[in-house]
Design a protein around this ligand. Structure first.
Ligand code: GLU
Length: 174
């Protein structure tokens, strides 16, 4: 269980993401994190309570109009900085947050490591961002649809990318 937030609009995304995470913090106290899309993706995350993230964010001047956020209740991988969401691909062009469990993540991870992908975390969730990178050929929605055919389990996902500066993909399993 976790809390995920997303914002896409005319205003600075960060205050909306934090307000949402404050409301959802009870869903996971293991870590909190955000990615803001401006010219690039900037991800800031902290092990522990949301307040620690809010304090850490004072060292940044984030001002983008799209972003995603997460408070984690760990299911795969200990509570730690590296296991905190959001997770990004090797090129830092795609960022995701995930609520739920990817049951077949071990097989997918082996496949992706064989393709040369580098995993930063022990989470099940990270396979999603590398699979997106693998399937991406210019259309983020199509890549997401291909990823959804590969993953088994339960999920709510939010996905943003530097290649799609006015788009958030949000998906829930049925
Ligand atoms: N399974 C993911 C993890 O352990 C997401 C957990 C959650 O829903 O908070 O990072």
């Amino acid at each position: 269980m976790c809390g995920i937030t997303a914002y896409c609009g005319k205003d600075n995304a960060l205050p909306f993401l934090i307000q949402g995470l404050e409301k959802l913090e009870y869903r996971g106290y293991d870590s909190a994190g955000v990615t803001i899309l401006d010219k690039t993706l900037t991800t800031v995350k902290c092990k522990g309570r949301l307040q620690l993230l809010v304090e850490e964010l004072q060292n940044y001047n984030l001002n983008g109009h799209i972003g995603i956020g997460h408070t984690r209740w760990a299911t795969h991988g200990v509570p730690s900085h590296l296991n905190s969401h959001p997770h990004t691909n090797d090129k830092n062009t795609i960022s995701i947050v995930h609520n739920g469990i990817i049951e077949n993540y071990r097989e997918l991870k082996e496949e992706l490591v064989d393709y040369g992908y580098h995993f930063q975390s022990e989470t099940d969730s990270e396979v999603v961002v590398h699979l997106l990178d693998y399937y991406y050929d210019g259309d983020l929605l199509k890549a997401t649809q291909k990823v959804l055919k590969r993953i088994e389990g339960s999920y709510a996902l939010c996905i943003i990318s530097t290649m799609h500066k006015d788009e958030i993909i949000v998906n829930f399993d049925e």
